[in-house]
Design a protein around this ligand. Structure first.
Ligand SMILES: Cc1cc2nc3c(=O)[nH]c(=O)nc-3n(C[C@H](O)[C@H](O)[C@H](O)COP(=O)(O)OP(=O)(O)OC[C@H]3O[C@@H](n4cnc5c(N)ncnc54)[C@H](O)[C@@H]3O)c2cc1C
Length: 415
């Protein structure tokens, strides 16, 4: 690539920054990436690895406010808000509450679906082209239930997903659910199965994508934190970082849950809250599930990898709290014990937390910053950053180059 090619600096080496780097290289940019920590060490690291087009509906749905309020009173509820005086959180929560109605939920679902479907398709191309070596499997996703009433209640959601999103699940009552996943305990009420969902190992995805990008000349600088932008003639001229100034023609801020902390350089308050989740990775239990599972009654997700096995989830609005809360981790184990013959492996490999970048409406923000027209924001992918990354990266490259966007960008503008 010649030095006449335009240059781009990506701030944030999570899955979103990585996807943006990929599609900007495709568009002919010379790309540098920086990260305040290491490459792929934010929320994209040890998440559940589910690529789930079935997850079209946002968290802001009818009834979600009551569940959140209940969580404030129950330290062990899967959804928990730590009570504190925080005007940003209060404003976020009010806007969230306002969106907890059927109309807004369906509207957000339509826009989320566009990114989810496109990303599933693009992963197919990327796996061949990069190539991505990430234990990709397309074995679907099974929601398993203990209670008949909860299994039955999901029929309403299934009907809605069929009607509005053409995203049907198949229902399996009683013992039939063990024909899909024999590692489940006998005696469950049943489950709902989404055939086209996939899963991968996120750490491996990031490592192999990094190799692919470096092979195409992308420079990666770790432990390099963005502090501000230096301006010339009304445009950002260089990024002011902990390691000195870095000049570029275009800047993409893909800093996930940290993005609100950059309100001064960006010239706006970005309505994102860190939604903390946890995971535990162990050796594979015996018997190990082969199909990824979600237990909605306790909000625990199970992802089987080639040699390892991961339990993940729970949602905690506790600000930028860096503690690894043993009680929240225990919830994962207890949830798995209710549903699996062998709920985890003998050897524990890792305990982890990540801050999901949560927006009040469940939609990511993919837009120009109001301060500089050559600074772009790609953040706020909620619980689905992995599932939406390729389409986000492609859309960013299209917006930057002024090419026709492959998904409608308006819903993802700064709100
Ligand atoms: C328990 C759990 C399970 C999950 N499971 C799934 C799943 O199965 N499927 C799915 O699709 N999604 C899942 N998610 C959500 C997904 O992990 C996130 O949506 C996604 O990782 C967000 O990616 P990102 O690149 O925006 O942010 P991150 O990966 O957090 O990357 C942001 C990067 O920006 C860097 N940064 C921040 N500030 C600065 C600065 N000033 N200068 C330089 N760098 C900076 C950070 O160091 C970080 O590396 C899960 C999340 C959790 C917590």
């Amino acid at each position: 690539m010649s030095s006449d090619n335009p240059s781009a600096l990506i701030i944030g080496c999570g899955v979103i920054g990585t996807a943006c780097a990929h599609y900007l290289v495709e568009a002919g940019f010379r790309v540098t990436m920086i990260d305040a920590q290491g490459f792929g060490q934010g929320c994209s690291q040890a998440n559940c690895g589910l690529i789930c087009p079935s997850h079209v509906l946002p968290l802001a749905e009818p009834g979600a406010v009551w569940r959140a309020l209940f969580g404030m009173l129950q330290p062990n509820a899967p959804l928990r808000i730590k009570l504190r005086l925080d005007p940003q959180l209060a404003a976020w929560f009010l806007r969230f509450a306002w969106r907890c109605n059927r109309r807004d939920m369906l509207e957000a679902g339509r826009h989320r679906q566009a990114l989810l479907q496109s990303s599933l398709h693009l992963y197919g191309e990327l796996r061949e082209e990069v190539p991505l070596d990430c234990q990709w499997r397309q074995r679907g996703l099974l929601f398993a239930y203990q209670s008949e009433a909860e299994l039955e209640r999901y029929a309403e959601t299934d009907q809605l997903l069929r009607e509005y999103f053409d995203e049907p699940a198949s229902r399996h009552d009683g013992g039939a659910v063990r024909q899909i996943e024999p590692a489940l305990k006998p005696g469950l009420a049943g489950g709902w199965y989404y055939e086209s969902d996939a899963h991968l190992r996120p750490e491996q995805l990031l490592a192999s994508w990094r190799r692919g990008l470096e092979g195409r000349g992308v420079k990666i600088r770790e432990n390099c934190e963005l502090r501000d932008f230096a301006e010339r003639s009304g445009r950002a001229n260089s990024a002011v970082t902990s390691e000195g100034d870095l000049a570029a023609d275009v800047f993409v801020v893909a800093t996930g849950a940290w993005t609100p902390q950059l309100h001064r350089p960006l010239g706006c308050r970005v309505p994102i809250q860190p939604g903390k989740g946890y995971s535990i990775t162990t050796s594979s239990p015996k018997p190990s599930p082969t199909v990824p599972l979600i237990f909605p009654e306790c909000k625990v997700a199970v992802t089987p990898f080639e040699a390892d096995f991961r339990l993940g989830s729970t949602m905690e609005f506790a600000g930028y709290d860096t503690s690894l809360n043993p009680q929240r981790l225990e919830l994962l184990r207890r949830g798995a014990e209710r549903f699996l013959e062998a709920p985890y492996g003998d050897e524990e490999r890792d305990r982890w937390y990540g801050w999901r970048p949560m927006t009040f409406d469940g939609l990511p923000i993919i837009d120009r910053s109001p301060r500089f027209d050559n600074v772009w924001i790609a953040a706020g992918h909620n619980m689905l950053g992995l599932s939406m990354a390729p389409a986000t990266g492609k859309l960013v490259a299209e917006l930057v180059t002024g090419s026709p966007p492959h998904v409608t960008p308006e819903p993802f503008r700064l709100r």
